[in-house]
Design a protein around this ligand. Structure first.
Ligand code: SAH
Ligand code: SF4
Length: 372
């Protein structure tokens, strides 16, 4: 599902593509670097700010590219240090970008681990049964520029918290591609966007601090392993057997565990990095002793880290989160078997931080408010 905006976002251009556009206009090669500097180092909000560019070039840029492909709608702050930015795209679609601040114990209040979670699609086609993002299917792919611009919006939002110092993206510890959408279902735009985020001429954010999460599109995992981009991979497993996984993730019918796990192994081997297996704990679905044991086998075999995520309930869906005792018991089985495991502490539940929920609520309000 390709979306073609009236004007492409400038934030979706690479050094090469921008240089080529400018060369076609008879502009010297160094102009591309100047423009990227305005976008990513100086974070310009208007073409007129780019004062070292000739006036006619600025006019051409304004006519050819979008400088603000996303617009800030609201920032819903949660008591547990999560900020959820709701952004509107050119076609009025809504996406979510989340800032998660986890205080680091014992190092004082100032020191916290800051993670940004970005979206890659409006909605999602994968139809996982527990997920709010997939409830209404896929509306469209985000463009590379829309993906990158979420990070510019995050920096601007941080600026409002630190009025005297400009917030730099480098002050964040991690970027996770775990917002709305299946990133590998929008492969080209996502790889292009992450290349821009990582590049020295772009946002310059270390690839090792970027994690992409996928529901398991096997051929794309293999393709990603062949990219020069050294990002980390997380796989949404959520079931340690085909029977359980298939019940909640339709993608498992297309790519069952016998195909998925070797692709994950190949990624880890090629990149020399430990892969993370995400496992949402859902009561009486996948929180059994048997699932824990089978998950141990998979994780040990792949030398993977397991991230257990207590399920966030979604309005209208029947799934429940197991009790804390049960969550801990599940984690203990893994730890006892020698698996590297973390049990995620609750983040953002009170602001509907689970994948796609804020957007869904806002869409509903909009529909209710719209004139008949
Ligand atoms: N589509 C990708 C990335 C976005 S979802 C993927 O599925 O991996 C990011 C993570 O949030 C996934 O592990 C997903 O399974 C999980 N998730 C979705 N809905 C959730 C919910 N209600 N509670 C907890 N985790 C959820
Ligand atoms: Fe899509 Fe991920 Fe939600 Fe599944 S969990 S529907 S792949 S966003």
């Amino acid at each position: 599902m390709k979306f073609t905006p009236a004007r492409p976002a400038i934030h979706g251009e690479t050094l090469d593509s921008l240089t080529a556009h400018l060369a076609a206009q008879g502009q010297p090669v160094f102009r591309a670097g100047q423009i990227l500097d305005w976008l990513y180092k100086k974070r310009a909000v208007a073409w007129e700010e780019m004062t070292n560019l000739p006036h006619d070039l600025r006019a051409w840029l304004a006519a050819s590219f979008e400088l603000a492909p996303t617009a800030f709608v609201l920032d819903r702050q949660s008591s547990d240090e999560t900020d959820k930015l709701l952004l509107e795209l050119g076609d009025r679609s809504l996406i979510e970008t989340v800032i998660i601040r986890a205080p680091m114990l014992g190092v004082g209040v100032d020191k916290s681990r800051k993670t940004i979670c970005i979206s890659t699609q409006v909605g999602c086609a994968m139809g996982c049964k527990f997920c709010a993002s997939g409830l209404e299917g896929l509306k469209r792919n985000l463009t590379a520029g829309e993906i990158v611009h979420q990070l510019i919006q995050v920096c601007r939002q941080e600026d409002t918290r630190t009025p005297r110092a400009r917030a730099e993206l480098a002050s964040f510890d991690n970027i996770v591609v775990m917002g709305m959408g299946e990133p590998l279902h929008n492969y080209d735009a996502v790889v292009r966007a992450l290349t821009i985020v990582n590049a020295g001429w772009g946002l310059g954010f270390g690839a090792r601090r970027i994690t992409l999460s996928t529901s398991g599109l096997v051929p794309r995992i293999r393709q990603l392993a062949g990219e020069p981009l050294g990002i980390r991979l997380a796989v949404s497993l959520h079931g340690a057997t085909d029977a359980v996984r298939e019940q909640i993730m339709p993608v498992n019918k297309r790519y069952p565990l016998a195909e998925l796990l070797p692709a994950v192994r190949e990624f880890a081997a090629k990149k020399g990095r430990m892969v993370t297996l995400e496992f949402i704990l859902i009561e009486e679905i996948n929180d059994t002793f048997d699932q824990a044991e089978k998950l141990c086998d998979i994780a040990l075999d792949l030398h993977a880290h397991v991230n257990l995520i207590p399920y966030n309930t979604v309005e209208g869906l029947p799934w429940k989160r197991p009790s804390l005792t049960r969550q801990v018991k599940f984690a203990d089985i893994l730890a006892g078997a020698g698996v590297s495991v973390t049990l995620r502490r609750e983040k953002g539940h009170d602001i509907a931080a689970a994948c796609g929920q804020l957007r869904l609520q806002t869409e509903k309000t909009r529909t209710a408010a719209a004139p008949a």
